[in-house]
Design a protein around this ligand. Structure first.
Ligand SMILES: [Mg+2]
Length: 249
């Protein structure tokens, strides 16, 4: 059983840790549509302060695209992984990585064709990834899973993830775990112990990576079938934890 995460279990010297955060369902409560998430000055400021406190070792690991993350976080200097690790940008902006966008094109067309007539389904083509949002739709979830599974089956370089009322079609080569591994090889993350906080199935790869590196994996909400060693009950408790991190020496 995962136990509740608290700053008390962290080393006294906060410079020994690196913090990675998911965005939707972790920093923000999930909205009906991803575009409803608006920039929040207080959150931006808090992240900026944490980043300084950790000597820069803060990263956001999201399913959103880098463009969208720039919109929400005001183009700050926080290292970002977008599209579930298929886009990476380090702290110095010297390296920006974008997975191949060609492989998604064909399948995107087919998915759009098959689901176009469905009401209240939002198909978001993010270049290297494609997200199908069906939170507002009455569509049979099993049916939609089946359609996408069938299509992805014939694409050796693609895979899909079932999230909270979304399905993400993504390159097999990249996930949130590979994104965290990448950052952990670069400054200022190198030689630190990582914490990763996320709330969804797509965060499980990240939890595994962090566990392998002797870090702390934290799932928001309490799920019995998570690889995370710790949990936090909700978004509010993530914000509370950040506040405590800032208060600690
Ligand atoms: Mg999330």
């Amino acid at each position: 059983m995962a136990s509740q995460f608290t700053v008390k279990i962290l080393p006294k010297d906060i410079q020994q840790i690196a913090l990675f955060l998911d965005v939707d369902g972790t920093l923000y409560n999930i909205e009906n549509s991803p575009s409803l998430i608006k920039p929040c000055f207080r959150l931006q400021k808090k992240l900026h302060n944490i980043r300084n406190r950790l000597g820069g070792a803060l990263g956001l690991i999201s399913g959103r695209s880098l463009d969208d993350l720039d919109r929400i976080f005001d183009n700050n200097k926080i290292p970002l992984a977008g599209n579930h690790g298929a886009q990476l940008r380090d702290a110095f902006r010297t390296n920006e990585y974008q997975a191949d966008t060609g492989i998604i094109k064909g399948i995107a067309h087919k998915i759009e064709e098959l689901l176009d007539e469905q009401k209240n389904i939002e198909i978001e083509n993010k270049g290297s990834n494609l997200t199908v949002h069906f939170r507002n739709s009455t569509i049979d979830r099993k049916e939609i899973n089946k359609i996408i599974m069938e299509l992805v089956k014939y694409e050796p370089k693609l895979t899909f993830l079932k999230g909270k009322e979304v399905i993400e079609v993504k390159p097999l080569s990249h996930n949130k775990g590979t994104a965290i591994s990448y950052f952990m090889r670069t400054k200022p993350f190198i030689k630190r112990r990582p914490i990763f906080i996320g709330d969804d199935v797509s965060d499980e790869d990240g939890f595994e990576t962090v566990n392998n590196k002797g870090g702390w994996s934290v799932r928001v909400g309490n799920y019995k079938r998570s690889k995370a060693n710790f949990f936090l009950p909700n978004v509010k408790s993530v914000h509370e934890l950040m506040k405590q991190l800032l208060k600690s020496r």
